[in-house]
Design a protein around this ligand. Structure first.
Ligand code: CDT
Length: 335
């Protein structure tokens, strides 16, 4: 039976003319550890070296990690340590006196970047921020980490703290931007574990999602997860890419940072969910891939054709509630 023009499935049937390619060379600029007393100048030098290497590999965009200008300071209860000055970990302007060299070199080379850092706004708000900078050195987007993991109060029983919920307030949106010849979104570390992150970004059109992370290999509330850190890292980012038909660049700050071994394993993932290229060290390292943003349509016009197949009328609990609400009857016996 042939489809009539009113058949809502008609448009999606049959083979498609492939859209023209939209090629982009992207790099993940992985960092090894940053010491707590390492000056910004030294860190910026390291970032510039990574940027220059990415440029020599043909990249137009390099994605740096979360909190890429400092050590991962939420591992300390800073207020309880007279040797640590909390404000010294935050940027009050971007570009600032130390980071303007990075912006200048990026514009000179025509390489854009995304960069994570701790932000202290003029009105005193603190965010775990990631910015997207175009090839001319202009900031096109700023993202505030939505899913803040860890705890708010000092918990001395832990080997190290994870006080992001004390030192930052959460962001409230997953914006996307027209940049680098496509639609780009950002997410930060723990965000990558939540399927909502990728889906909301994809619903906002994201074709390329840049994710920076600092992931300790030891998870104090349940150490049985420790040997699975690498697997979980790949699992969530590969699934996020595939289920949303987009590219994902995941960039770590890895290695042993101030006594806390952290996962490296930065990688670039295709809309098929396959890893195109990945880092092999836990140190400063660049990996680069040529991607074609037009390939996102392969998945978005077939299995994950949102317009055709999504059933938002059945997804109400996703936004209406936080915790699970199992059925109340018949009563479950735990005896
Ligand atoms: N930086 C960050 O978000 N790290 C978390 C660790 C979770 S354990 C408190 C992550 O999801 O990798």
């Amino acid at each position: 039976m042939s489809a009539t023009p009113l058949d809502p499935d008609a448009a999606a049937g049959g083979a498609h003319e492939p859209p023209p390619p939209r090629r982009l060379v992207v790099s993940a600029g992985q960092l090894g550890p940053i010491r707590r007393d390492e000056p910004r100048e030294s860190v910026v030098n390291r970032l510039i070296r990574l940027l220059e290497q990415a440029h020599s590999e043909g990249a137009e965009l390099i994605a740096f990690p979360e909190l890429a200008l400092t050590t991962f300071f939420p591992r300390w209860y800073v207020e309880g340590d007279p040797e640590l000055d909390l404000d010294s970990f935050y940027e009050t302007e971007m570009p600032g006196p130390e980071t303007k060299r990075l912006f200048a070199r990026a514009a000179e080379l025509g390489v854009g970047f995304c960069l994570g850092y701790a932000e202290l706004t003029p009105d005193g708000r603190r965010f775990n921020t990631q910015i997207l900078v175009e090839r001319d050195g202009s900031i096109v987007g700023s993202y505030h980490k939505v899913h803040l993991p860890g705890h708010r109060e000092h918990e001395p029983w832990r080997e190290f703290q994870h006080l992001e919920r004390r030192y930052f307030e959460p962001g409230d949106s997953f914006d996307t931007w027209n940049a680098f010849g496509g639609v780009v979104g950002m997410a930060t570390c723990n965000d990558r574990r939540w399927p909502e992150t990728y889906r909301v970004l994809a619903l906002n059109g994201a074709e390329l999602i840049l994710i920076g992370y600092n992931t300790p290999k030891h998870y104090a509330p349940d150490p049985s997860q420790d040997p699975l850190q690498g697997f979980h890292n790949r699992l969530v980012m590969q699934a996020g890419a595939y289920q949303n038909g987009c590219y994902v660049v995941g960039t770590a700050k890895g290695g042993d940072e101030e006594g806390v071994p952290s996962l490296a394993e930065s990688c670039i993932i295709a809309p098929s969910g396959e890893i195109i290229v990945g880092c092999h060290t836990e140190a400063d390292e660049v990996v680069t891939a040529e991607i074609d943003l037009s390939l996102t349509t392969k998945y978005r016009e077939t299995l994950f054709d949102f317009e055709r197949y999504r059933r938002p009328e059945t997804y109400g609990p996703i936004t209406a509630q936080k915790g699970a609400t199992p059925p109340t009857s018949p009563e479950v016996s735990h005896g």
